[in-house]
Design a protein. Structure first.
Length: 276
């Protein structure tokens, strides 16, 4: 075998992917991460990226096209930058440790801006109810302040209806087959048809407003906290005496929705418009 043939054979063996685990593993995954790491520092042209990583332009372009197809990279007039999927991944990696502490800060800001109790809620462990998990209490002596750990029926509470509104249809159908929609107050929704109409309204408006439906004299405004996949497992809740909730409804709604959007971003949710 000639020297050049031997060299080519050794090169192929060193870079081929096999099931034996005895040869050098594929470099493509590592190269892909190196491309993303380089672009995380700043957007780059194809030529600059090729020089930075020490790889041929053709190889770099092949890698970029694959990453672009999966939205990890975005093409610009000047070259390439990180795409929506990369931003979402970065947010998800950082969010696990940062979310709770930042969420408490956001709740504190909401409570200060509104003078009302701010909470974050989610599904209970069996997903048959809603439960509060974080809370900052209103400074007013007269206030509506559910406790952390308190559960609420999904059909009757503002938090529960918000979670149902963004849950998969199959989950909602199954829940409605099992639940007894007993009235808790004179304003509690007890009709399945009415509840489905409310859920549709919540999705259209992006917020659930509940006036005296769970407790006489107590009202809630709830907005969804989206995760990186666009699902809703958490929600931001503002709990207030009905008199103050009704009087300041539009302003309270704006504060709640804005705060929920901030928490959604922390969870890795990126809207399409942010990267156009």
């Amino acid at each position: 075998m000639r020297t050049d043939e031997l060299s080519r054979t050794v090169y192929r063996n060193a870079n081929a992917a096999t099931d034996t685990g005895t040869r050098t593993p594929p470099r493509a995954p590592v190269r892909a991460m190196q491309v993303l790491e380089a672009l995380a520092n700043s957007p780059m042209s194809l030529g600059a990226l090729s020089v930075e990583l020490g790889m041929p332009k053709t190889s770099a372009m092949h890698m970029l096209r694959a990453l672009e197809a999966a939205a990890y990279v975005r093409r610009t007039a000047a070259g390439f930058e990180l795409g929506m999927a990369s931003h979402r991944l970065a947010a998800r990696i950082g969010s696990a440790s940062d979310f709770e502490s930042t969420a408490r800060q956001v709740l504190q800001e909401v409570a200060e801006l509104t003078g009302e109790t701010a909470l974050i809620g989610t599904f209970s462990q069996d997903r048959n109810a809603a439960v509060y998990k974080l809370r900052v209490v209103s400074p007013h002596p007269v206030r509506f302040a559910p406790e952390v750990g308190d559960t609420r029926p999904l059909y009757a509470s503002a938090l529960g209806k918000l979670l149902l509104a963004y849950a998969p249809g199959a989950f909602v159908d199954d829940y409605l087959k099992r639940v007894r929609m007993d009235p808790i107050t004179s304003r509690t929704v007890t009709s399945r048809k009415q509840l489905l109409q409310r859920l549709k309204q919540v999705r259209a408006e992006g917020v659930c407003v509940s006036i005296d439906e769970m407790a006489e004299g107590g009202s809630g405004l709830v907005a969804p906290i989206f995760d990186g996949q666009g699902s809703v497992e958490l929600a931001l809740v503002l709990a207030a005496p009905t008199s103050r909730a009704v009087a300041g409804l539009e302003r309270l709604r704006e504060v709640v929705q804005h705060a929920a959007e901030r928490l959604s971003a922390l969870q890795g949710f990126v809207t399409d418009t942010e990267h156009r």
